[in-house]
Design a protein around this ligand. Structure first.
Ligand code: PMP
Length: 396
């Protein structure tokens, strides 16, 4: 059964971590993996998550229902849709998912059932590698909308392509902290993007892996979703991941939801989510749902969580500033202001593949070949070395 196939290539992002781990240099730096690191370069268990874990009562290990842990679904929906009509009128369908990736899987499978077979899905170019991989394996024709030029969001190119998109098709939007470019639309630009989506009857899927993690305020980061719902009155889906915002990467905890305009629609949507969950993974894992629920439902822990979001987002912003200052100090050829202008976990440097290889071979600094670097991997102990290595590489 296997001889006729070539080996599937290793995943480009996970392969960077593999090479990093195999490197014996004491000063190696991993800027490949999109996971938060503290000021000493170590994984960070959020203080709020520690409190939540300690607060859990004894529990058994029965299956969760197919749609997941009801208290988690309720808390996460209230967090996401705070102050919206849909929340008040109970027109939201929700289902616990295997983090953000699982949410994208369920939403696209559900749309295939709900809509009269949309065959095309629109994603940004560039985007997170899983968008291509996942939607094509589900059987969508994946079309790209250019969104980046010269270190910034390319509004004109993006909206020009969006206007050509086929009516009824889903379009995947990065709610904030665009991966990999770190370039988000402004609020004014979001308003125009929303009106094109409404006019062309596209179906927005908000891929929301960085809410709260980006600015430190969940509500600020969720603004585009609530604007689309409240001002444009469009139906939409949200794929929420708790990986970054609670540091629960390995727990695989997320929520997929549809915000609809009628109770009947949300009931249908939820039944379809239940059916696609059953058809794929049966039921979601319980532990992360219990921890996240304790964070969200216990006032003192939730307060700590809000502080934790500020801790993570401000450390990342500080590292952007520090990296930029060092490059200015070294007078490194090129304009590096993109590092401070971009937002979220990543910076998109725009250096060549040869330069990226050089950084890895000579300086033991690892990043993915698109020139996306994870700012979270920088700290006061290594930011100067990173800037010096980049300087040497650019002048090489
Ligand atoms: N969407 C985007 C754009 C992402 O960057 C990520 C995290 N890398 C995700 C979704 C979801 O990741 P996870 O499945 O770990 O929640």
């Amino acid at each position: 059964a296997f001889q006729a196939q070539d080996l599937a290539p290793p995943d480009v992002q996970f392969d960077v971590t593999r090479r990093f781990l195999a490197d014996n240099d004491d000063n190696k730096i991993n800027l490949g993996q999109g996971t938060y690191r503290d000021e000493n370069g170590r994984p960070w268990v959020l203080p709020s998550v520690k409190m939540a874990k300690a607060s859990l009562d004894e529990f058994n290990h029965e299956y969760l229902p197919i749609l997941g842990f009801q208290p988690f679904r309720d808390e996460a929906s209230r967090l996401l849709y705070k102050g919206t009509r849909a929340l008040n009128e109970d027109t939201i369908a929700s289902c616990q998912s295997l983090s953000g990736s699982g949410a994208l899987l369920l939403v696209t499978l559900a749309l295939k059932k709900l809509q009269s077979a949309p065959d095309t899905i629109y994603i940004t170019d560039p985007t997170w590698v899983n968008h291509h991989l996942m939607f094509s394996i589900i059987g969508y024709k994946v079309e790209i909308l250019p969104c980046y030029r010269d270190g910034a969001f390319d509004f004109d190119a993006y909206t020009a392509s969006l206007r050509q998109a086929k009516a009824g098709s889903p379009v995947v939007l990065h709610t904030c902290a665009h991966n990999p470019t770190g370039c988000d639309p402004t609020k004014e630009q979001w308003k125009l993007i929303g009106s094109i989506i409404k006019e062309n009857k596209l179906f927005p899927i908000f891929d929301s892996a960085y809410l709260g993690f980006n600015s430190g305020s969940f509500d600020e980061d969720a603004w585009p979703i609530r604007y689309f719902m409240e001002v444009l009155s469009v139906e939409l889906a949200v794929c929420l991941s708790m990986a970054k915002s609670m540091g629960l990467y390995g727990e695989r905890i997320g929520l997929v939801s549809f915000a609809t305009l009628a109770r009947e629609s949300s009931q249908i949507a939820e039944s379809v989510l239940q059916s696609v969950q059953r058809s794929t993974i049966t039921a979601p894992p319980a532990y992360g749902a219990r921890v996240a629920t304790a964070v969200l439902s216990t006032p003192s822990i939730r307060e700590q969580w809000q502080k934790d979001l500020v801790t993570m987002s401000s450390r990342i912003r500080l590292m952007r500033k520090r990296a930029y200052e060092e490059l200015v100090r070294l007078q490194t050829p090129g304009d590096w202001s993109c590092i401070i202008n971009q937002t979220g976990m990543f910076a998109f440097l725009g250096i060549s593949k040869t330069q990226i290889k050089h950084l890895e071979r000579k300086h033991h600094i690892f990043m993915v070949e698109t020139s996306r670097l994870s700012i979270a991997g920088l700290n006061e102990h290594n930011v100067r070395r990173f800037a010096e290595a980049l300087d040497e590489t650019v002048r090489h």
